[in-house]
Design a protein around this ligand. Sequence first.
Ligand code: PLP
Length: 386
Amino acid sequence: MAREIYLDNSATTRVFPETADYMRRICLEAYGNPSSMHHKGVEAEKILSEAARTLAGLLKVKPANLVFTSCGTESDNTAIIGGALAARRRGTHLVTTRIEHPAVLESMRFLEKQGFTVTYLPVDRDGIVSPESVHEAVRPDTVLVSVMHTNNEIGSLQPLAEIGRAVKDKNPAALFHTDAVQGFGKDRIFPRQLGVDLLSASGHKIHAPKGIGLLYIADKVRIQPMVLGGGQQRGLRSGTDNVAGAAAMAMSAGRLYQNFDEDIRALRAMKAVFIEEVLKIPEVRINGRTGEDSAPHIISVTVPGVRAEVLLHALEDRGVYLSAGSACASNRPHVSETLKAIGLSSDGTGSTLRVSLSVMNTEEDVREAAAAMADLIPFLRRYTRR
Ligand code: PLP
C-alpha cells in the first residue's frame, strides 16, 4: 500500500494529535454543560471562555465579539441572512462576488426569495474583485456586502482593507462581511484593521474537528439569530455549547500562530516546488496568482486532455489525495462558479484539480505527488485523445 499523501486540506484537515488528546480529556472529564450551575458546569464554562479569549486574542478583538457556531457554513448564513434581516428596514440591497462559496451564494439566493436584490460582482482572470467595482455597486439602500478573504478553489486573496474602505465611504451603515474560512490560520487577519463587521471561520480547516465554527460580530452590529432556543451565547446562537469543539478550535489555532511566519514560509516553499515540478508536464497550467499575493496553501492546476475525476482516482491509487475543482461543497458533480468566473472554458473546468497543503505536509509529499502526476498524465491522455 502506497504512503498516504493528503493534499486536500482545503476540504478538511487532520486534527492535531495534541488537540485530539485535549478534546478526549474534555469529553471524558470536563463534560459538563456550561449553563449548569454546579461545579461541572462552571468547569466547562471556564474552558469555553478560555477558548473564546484565545481566539479573540488571535483576531485582536474582544471575546464578547465572538459566537461559536457549528461550521463555516452556519457562520456565513448567520452573518448574511441574520445581518440582512436585522437591517431590512434600512434597505434590501446586497453586494457579493461571483466566486463566493455556496454558503454565501445560497444565503444570497435565499434572501432574493425574501425580496432582497443582490449585485454579483465579476472578478479578473486571477479571481480578484476590484475595490472600485465595490464602490460603484454600493448604494444608499445597501445593507450588507460580502467578499471572501481567500478563495477556496484558486487561492486568490482579495484587497479587503480597500474594499472595506470602499463600502464605508459609499455607505457607512452597510455591513461588511468576509468569509475567512480558508484564510484564518494562513494569514494574520484582524477584522478591525480591515474594517470588517462580520467574519466567518471554521475549525475543521485548521486542524480542529468538524462541527465547530466561529463568527466575529463587531460592536453595535445587529444580527437576527438563526438558531433559536435557550438563549446561549447572549441569545445570538442558542444550543448547548460545543465546549470540546470550541476548545479544540482555540488550541489548533493557537498552535498555528506559534510558528506562524516559519510555517507560512514552509507552505509557500512547498507550493513553489509543486508548481515548478508540475509545470514540467506538457500543457499543464496553473490558475490564478502563485506568489506572495496568493494563498500559501492552494494551487489550482488545469491538465488539458484529462478528466479531473479520472486523474483524481488514478492518483488515489498511488496514495495521493486531492480535489477535482472544489469538492468541499458536496460530492455532487458541479460546474465551478469560480473557474467559470475567471474565464475557464467547460473543458478547462472539467480538467482542473485543486491541491491544498497544510503544515502537516512536507516537501517530499509535493514532490511525490507531482512525480505521480507526471507519470500518469501522458498515459491517461492517450486514452482521452484516441
Ligand atoms: N467558505 C469557504 C471559503 C469554504 O472553503 C468552506 C468549506 O470548504 C466553507 C465556507 C464552509 O465551511 P464548513 O465546511 O465549515 O461549513
